[in-house]
Design a protein around this ligand. Structure first.
Ligand code: ADP
Length: 176
């Protein structure tokens, strides 16, 4: 204890950040003095955007939020949260299907760091069916993504999935 600043960590892959993520960030930033958005390196998933790109996109989206900081997260989330002196981990909940995984993770994190609580913010109904994977799928197929992601992210996605012109090397960091 003795920590006066109410600091929270919002971890995720953010590959790429969506309006759903941004909504959670804005709401959590109102609930806590400081919010650290922690971009996971994620060894399990092949990402479309590199860690640096994801951090950069989030920095651009969150520039107007003075109490939000973007960091990269390597290793154990519970340890990271302890190191930065957080009192809470924030996660977003969409459908019931999110629950089981989130419940498991929150239980594990409580074992690892009993003093840190996981707070779930329910998605805005508008973003209930929005995920990074669906955004990537729509972008890959050339659909409109403007309402799904912030403008800078839409730009990056269009760039990444731009039709190839002859002689142009394939964009780096591609995934299936
Ligand atoms: P992870 O790989 O850790 O699940 P994501 O980037 O997919 O990372 O998601 C990070 C967090 O944001 C998770 O808690 C997820 O449930 C939440 N989230 C993702 N999309 C939305 C959305 N549309 N509305 C609310 N929360 C969301």
């Amino acid at each position: 204890m003795g920590e006066q600043v109410r600091r929270a960590v919002y971890p995720g892959s953010f590959d790429p950040p969506t309006m759903g993520h941004l909504d959670i960030i804005q709401r959590a930033a109102r609930l806590f003095d400081e919010l650290i958005v922690a971009v996971a390196v994620n060894s399990q998933k092949q990402s479309l955007f590199s860690l640096d790109e994801r951090v950069q996109m989030l920095r651009e989206c969150c520039g107007h939020l003075p109490n939000v900081r973007i960091a990269s997260l390597e290793g154990l989330l519970a340890r990271f949260a302890q190191q930065v002196g957080a009192c809470a981990i924030v996660r977003g909940l969409r459908a019931v299907s999110d629950f089981e995984y989130e419940f498991q993770m929150a239980t594990m994190n409580r074992q690892l760091a009993p003093e840190i609580d996981t707070c779930f913010l329910m998605t805005h109904q508008q973003y209930a069916f929005l995920s990074s994977s669906i955004v990537k799928e729509v972008a890959r197929l050339g659909g409109a993504i403007e309402t799904l992601v912030p403008p800078n992210v839409a730009h990056k996605l269009r760039e990444r999935f731009a039709p190839q012109t002859a002689g142009t090397p394939h964009p780096s960091g591609e995934s299936t």
